[in-house]
Write a protein that binds this ligand. Structure first.
Ligand code: TRP
Length: 335
């Protein structure tokens, strides 16, 4: 408890709308695991957000639990981090509603994710998809965090969260702590293996260029052998002209700890035919312990249950304090 008072707080979430990828691990989760000493960390499975797109209920339930198992297997120790499922902490939905009333139609209309998703789901442009950023603002502001690590694609949502928080504080005084305006991006940005100018995506259709945390070694090797490169033969880092090779180098560097220069030396005079399987093998070895541990945890439902129950209780304790303050400020009668 003393820790929680002195440490800075950090929070992030991932939607269980797709399976976690190598990109989620190298770009985010691996770095989160290293923050636990310095920060009081909260991570959640954003299942409320997942249903803005139609989900198969059994798949959503399975993926939410798998995501928890994978978080733990990636090194997020439940003793040191608060891990919870968003729908278990009802304060998210409640503050989400309040913040919808402080989010402007124009602002929500300008969100690029809303525009993209509406284009992709023309038959299901629902209200939740539109107000998604208000709920995300609630997720963040409930915990008064100092840091909210997110990918580039979520930056606009975090900025809108600031706008909403400042608007609310402007009317009612200092209710919300404004988290650091810029979202530090320490992790490697991993791109698709078949389309190296686009991010390796967990959701959306069958992206053939992605590697999932739970993929079998043979699948991973196959993915790397068919990774898109270029018409040269040299292993050289050049993001502009050689995005495929550069992405493979980023992955190899992240898995082995080698620098780009060391990698260039290692493969000088050798073609992509040697480089691509080497990257595949490095990834297989990096993911092996994670896959095995996550599979083991998935069989221990009682343990997973104890983790998410515990997490929800800790999260709700913090969230309730903020929610109560908000309800009072806006003029709701106390229970
Ligand atoms: N929108 C995020 C994503 O799609 C997930 C998310 C929901 C989130 N609420 C959050 C991330 C709050 C950080 C903080 O990946």
């Amino acid at each position: 408890m003393e820790d929680a008072i002195t440490k800075k707080r950090m929070l992030s979430g991932i939607k269980p709308s797709g399976d976690l990828t190598l990109g989620s691990y190298l770009g985010a989760i691996r770095n989160w695991a290293q923050r636990a000493e310095e920060y009081d960390c909260f991570y959640f499975m954003a299942d409320l957000h997942a249903i803005t797109v139609r989900q198969n209920p059994a798949d959503l339930r399975r993926r939410t639990l798998e995501q928890l198992a994978q978080y733990i297997a990636c090194g997020l120790d439940p003793q040191k981090n608060t891990l919870f499922i968003q729908s278990h902490v009802h304060q998210h939905a409640e503050l989400g509603w309040v913040l919808e009333c402080y989010s402007m139609f124009g602002e929500l209309s300008r969100m690029t994710q809303f525009k993209d998703k509406s284009a992709k789901n023309a038959e299901n442009i629902n209200g939740g998809l539109f107000t998604y950023p208000s709920l995300m603002a609630a997720d963040i502001l409930l915990y008064q965090p100092d840091l909210v690590p997110v990918g580039e694609d979520q930056k606009q949502h975090v900025e809108l969260c600031h706008t909403i928080a400042r608007r609310f504080n402007g009317v009612y005084g200092d209710v919300f702590k404004i988290p650091e305006p810029f979202v530090s991006k320490v992790g490697a940005r991993i791109m698709s293996l078949t389309n190296p100018t686009a991010k390796m995506s967990k959701s959306e259709n069958e992206d053939t260029g992605r590697v999932l945390l739970m993929d079998a070694p043979e699948t991973i090797m196959r993915q790397f052998k068919r990774a898109v490169t270029d018409s040269e033969t040299s292993v050289r880092f050049d993001k502009e002209n050689k995005p495929g090779v550069s992405n493979l180098m980023t992955i190899y560097a992240a898995c082995t700890g080698k620098t780009y220069q060391q990698i260039e030396e290692e493969f000088s005079g050798k073609g992509y035919g040697e480089f691509k399987p080497a990257v595949g093998e490095a990834v297989v070895e990096t993911l092996r312990p994670i896959r095995e541990e996550a599979a083991r945890l998935m069989k221990d439902k009682a343990y997973l249950e104890s983790v998410y129950r515990d997490g929800a209780q800790k999260a709700a304790y913090v969230a309730e304090k903020t929610l109560r303050k908000v309800y009072k400020k806006v003029g709701f009668v106390a229970k």
